[in-house]
Write a protein that binds this ligand. Sequence first.
Ligand SMILES: [Zn+2]
Length: 187
Amino acid sequence: MNMIEAIKGRIDTFHRVLDEIIELRYVGDPILRQQAQIVDVAEGKIIGSQLGEILLRYRGITGTGRGLAAPQIGLNRAVFVTFVDGKLQTFINPTIVERSAQTNFYRELCISTGIMAADVERPERIIMEWTDIEGGKHHEKIEEFLARLYQHEEAHLRGKLNLDEAAPGGIEFATFNPLKEQLRKTR
Ligand SMILES: [Zn+2]
């Protein structure tokens, strides 16, 4: 498929998302630029289930999408969800407390940046703390793809988007297959 056709395909899918998932917010919306507020577990759990339901609807249309953060549905709250290995997981008040010096690159898509992708350099490994929906406290070392995913979602809670953090020259139309994307040591 040539690039024009691939871009049109992305636009068609994005058009369906715009029509069918009215809760979503997009780059340019000020809510995506705010610092998210800490929540209690009860509120975090409710927001987590809303996010999970919307992420599954998004996946139903696109076949992709591994995370969604509260600001992306207009809620200025420190909660995100992930969908990995067929399972939704909610992260309440996540904070990254350590970042490795080693970094890698990955072309990130984002539900809030539509048909654009950004090649972003991020630490390979992190230590993240969060609360789960039962109120359990976590302090875990995260690496590989999950480190990438969690950092992308946590950045939403600080008002940052993948496009902001793109490597120089690293913004493109998302015409590649995101399911085949790999972490890389270099650009
Ligand atoms: Zn995103």
